[in-house]
Design a binder for this molecule. Structure first.
Ligand code: PGD
Length: 824
């Protein structure tokens, strides 16, 4: 092993090429190690360090102690356009440089002048002073109130790497006696809640039928509300970008692809796919119309339904108008709702059963009011087609993130270096003090309604009365809906601590702001594409922390010391000790599979360890075993089958918002609504050039802003009607709020729909005004804050109507990317 230690920082490119060519000559092409061993690649030039980010594996070049530039790892098949932002974020104007405290808070203490939060009046303080303030407030509330007064539901996608600051936060508070935390996420709460009832598992997790199998066997690939090319640029860990190979091969294979989407997305253009411009939020109706066609024309797979599913009769009655609504879900019925001609719906149903069909969905359709219904309807349609468990057939709910269709290697999974542990029961937690865990997207409900009850997934709970929050690695002033309502509710917090790397709106609306180091400034470890375990990466520190920033682990360790729990928190372990522990556990796991991994020091020097793909994994087909023998390999549902009807959901009695079989229920607002107040649907897709709100504070912004603001896609006809031209500043507004944006006039969006990416930083013009305009384009000023249903209580961000007009007069300057006064 040691003879092949290709050090990322010490080996010159020329020498690497020489070494690798002699290895090739020796028959170990690609620096491959003996069978069963990980392969090491790291070909950095002098002064370069290999590391990783949400945007890919990269080399960081150091000059005079500064991170001067980054370039992608040579084995990345499609480096992301925004990788430069990983360098720029370190020094950008929006970087948090020093610990800062809101002036009124510093002078008058917790609760002071909460109306002025967000106005930018901060005072620079020392680390000692800042951590003293945080420790004092945690102790005060733990003593005077109890753990139910502290909210650490701190959600967010933080940075890539296993040193998870949210686990550190939980650990610290658990050692202090506990806090209120959160469950699920803003990403896939709906699908995550419904799928265990339908398939007995969260389908969107774990390996999917391999891309190779799809390329070889599918005749038709239906991309339903998903844009894999766009979303695969990023990952919540480190992307391998292997999906791009799939897309290229799919294109080369000239497969027929259909895109059901209100927007003609990048993947549709790349694959030269057929675009069916469905009306937003009508996908359940389309799925029902397709199911009705298969049923009424006797085209569905009766054997599959009989052998592998439960509850089809009740669903069939509903389709045929024998349910309580008495409406038959014909193609004509679906056409009225979806605005897709009935003949096209029938034709699509016919095409779906004519050959092998893979239906691929994303998660946007479950991030909407009654979002649990679409994933369920999709599984039901795939069951009627009858190809689940066959190569290239069935459905996948995760081809858009983390290369889940790549084959799984022989590598180990990797654990967590830091555990949140259990709550130390310093105080009893009486039931009347409320839930210890709330559904994450219900945070504003919790602030508005302490002591009130709410329903969630069959249970009834009380909202606790929280007084303080500590947010790390997340940006609630981007990810949460209905910003103006949220701003008002946020005032209930007596103390808000934000630990971040950038002056996001969340940091601006905090009382105490703690500067965290970026991953370029600390060590970490991460699996590249963890689902398929592509490679283990030593995420090496490239430079020392800049300004006064500190690593999250340093910050929490110092805070733990102040709270008198330093030893318990750190267990005397450094960051590197924990990284090593995780590696050793992975190494032991790999050894159990007869895969040899090098000693830690050799791995750390090599930088990256790739694993081999066992031949059998290349043709993996999800649910093949279930199909093979549904009795021996039954699904973990009550009946062991795919549940088209769910008795456990029936028992919950959520008749209006989550009935026991896939059902069309009108969302609270949508294009088909009678007497709607606003005429345009607002699509808030995930952005092309950043991860949620990350990198918005960098020069990457120059690649996409229009008139210095977030781009707002609008159809040519809608723009003409409103006198809007390409590049104009527009005002997008509804009863919840208003934002400025830059118009992009195009025919690649359906009439009646506008699109603003999620993640634009919130930039209020005047924080004293409850309906102030956001000068930059945060779409969540417009979106409603309601749960998907009582089942998941997820976000309904994709349910949103608004109006757009050309902005008249002089537009206020965007200021959110400059540090607050005195913070530069
Ligand atoms: P990010 O921009 O990733 O958004 O919401 P999320 O809060 O995850 O925020 C992460 C924050 O962590 C950033 O402020 C970043 O600077 C900070 N950070 C990064 N690395 C570190 C670190 O090492 N240490 C510390 N202390 N901080 C760090 C995302 C959420 O938004 C998600 S997952 C989804 S899927 C939702 N999607 C939508 C949507 O589709 N439409 C709308 N309208 N709204 C959405 N909101 C949700």
């Amino acid at each position: 092993m040691s003879s092949l230690s290709l050090t990322s920082c010490s080996l010159s490119r020329r020498r690497f090429l020489k070494v690798s060519s002699s290895l090739t000559a020796l028959g170990v092409a690609g620096a491959m190690l003996p069978m069963g061993m990980g392969r090491a690649f790291a070909a950095g030039e002098a002064g370069e360090v290999l590391s990783g980010s949400h945007f890919g594996v990269f080399y960081g070049k150091v000059e005079d102690g500064r991170l001067a530039s980054v370039r992608p790892w040579e084995k990345d098949p499609h480096p992301a356009e925004m990788l430069d932002g990983v360098q720029d974020i370190v020094y950008s104007a929006s970087r948090i440089r020093y610990p800062m405290v809101r002036r009124a808070y510093l002078e008058k203490g917790p609760q002071a002048e909460r109306d002025s939060r967000g106005a930018g009046d901060f005072v620079r303080v020392s680390w000692d002073q800042a951590l003293d303030l945080v420790a004092k407030e945690i102790k005060r509330l733990e003593d005077e109130e109890g753990p139910w007064a502290l909210y650490t539901g701190s959600y967010g996608w933080r940075s890539a790497g296993r040193m998870n600051p949210q686990a550190m936060l939980q650990r610290l508070f658990n050692l202090m006696g506990g806090s209120v935390s959160s469950s699920s996420n803003y990403s896939k709460a709906g699908i995550e809640a419904i799928m265990p009832y339908v398939m007995g598992m969260i389908e969107a997790e774990g390996p999917q039928t391999t891309f190779k199998t799809v390329n070889e066997h599918s005749d038709l690939v239906v991309f339903w509300a998903v844009d894999p090319v766009n979303n695969n640029r990023i990952s919540n860990t480190i992307p391998s970008h292997d999906e791009w190979n799939w897309i290229d091969e799919l294109k080369a294979a000239n497969k027929k692809t259909v895109f059901l989407n209100p927007v003609k997305v990048e993947s549709c253009n790349d694959l030269n796919g057929e675009w069916i411009a469905i009306r937003p939020q009508s996908d359940v109706a389309l799925a029902l119309g397709l199911c009705h066609t298969l049923l009424s024309e006797d085209l569905y797979d009766k054997d599959f339904i009989a052998d592998y599913t439960y509850g089809f009769e009740q669903f069939a009655d509903y389709l045929m108008g024998k349910g309580s609504d008495g409406v038959e879900k014909t193609a004509e019925w679906a056409s009225e709702i979806t605005e897709i001609p009935a003949d096209d719906i029938r034709d699509l149903a016919h095409r779906m059963v004519a050959g092998r069909t893979m239906i691929v969905s994303g998660w946007s359709t479950q991030r909407q009011h009654h979002g649990e219904q679409f994933p369920w309807a999709l599984v039901t349609l795939a069951s009627m087609i009858g190809q689940i468990g066959l190569p290239g057939g069935g459905f996948s709910q995760r081809y858009h993130l983390d290369a889940c269709g790549a084959p799984v290697t022989n590598g180990p999974s990797i654990g967590s270096p830091i555990s949140a542990g259990k709550r130390k029961e310093t105080k009893e937690w009486p039931e009347e003090k409320g839930a210890q865990i709330i559904p994450v997207a219900r945070v504003v409900d919790m602030l508005e309604k302490p002591g009130e009850s709410y329903e969630h997934n069959g249970g009834t709970h009380l909202y606790p009365d929280v007084k303080m929050t500590y947010w790390v690695g997340g940006n609630p002033f981007h990810h949460h809906q209905d910003r103006n309502r949220m701003r008002k509710a946020w005032k209930k917090f007596e103390t808000v601590v934000v630990q971040d790397i950038e002056w996001t709106a969340s940091a601006r609306f905090a009382d105490i702001v703690l500067p965290a180091a970026t991953t370029a400034e600390r060590n970490d470890i991460e699996m590249v594409s963890p689902t398929c375990r592509k490679a283990l990466l030593a995420m090496k520190k490239i430079i020392d922390p800049v300004f006064e920033s500190r690593s999250d682990y340093d910050i929490f360790s110092a805070l733990a010391d102040k709270l008198g729990i330093g030893q318990e928190f750190s267990e005397g372990k450094s960051e590197m000790d924990r990284i090593k522990e995780v590696y050793e556990a992975a190494k032991a796991q790999a050894a159990g599979k007869k895969v040899e991994m090098p000693e830690f020091d050799a791995f750390w020097e090599q930088g990256i360890l790739e694993f081999e793909v066992p031949e059998k994994n290349r043709d993996y087909v999800k649910h093949a075993e279930f199909r093979e023998d549904p009795l021996i390999n039954m699904l973990p549902t009550p009946t062991g089958k795919i549940e088209i009807y769910s008795k456990p959901i029936e028992k919950m009695g959520y008749t209006e918002d989550c009935p026991p079989h896939p059902t069309w229920i009108e969302p609270m607002e949508w294009l088909g609504q009678k007497d709607k107040t606003y005429p345009l649907h607002v699509n808030s897709a995930h952005p092309k050039y950043r991860l949620h709100s990350q990198l918005a504070g960098t020069k990457v912004r120059e690649q996409y802003t229009v008139a210095g603001r977030e781009p707002c896609l609008i159809n040519t006809k809608d723009a003409e009607k409103r006198g809007i031209a390409n590049g104009d500043i527009v005002r997008v507004f509804n009863g919840r709020g208003q934002v400025l944006a830059g118009a992009v006039v195009t025919d690649e969006i359906r009439p009646g729909v506008v699109r603003l990416w999620e993640g634009g930083w919130y930039d209020p013009e005047d924080v004293s005004d409850d309906n102030t305009i956001c000068k930059y384009g945060d779409v969540n000023v417009l979106t409603p804050d309601i749960g998907t249903s009582r089942l998941a209580q997820g976000t309904s961000a994709a349910t949103c109507m608004a109006e757009v007009e050309k902005f008249k007069g002089e537009a206020p300057a965007v200021t959110v990317f400059d540090a607050p006064k005195d913070a530069a």
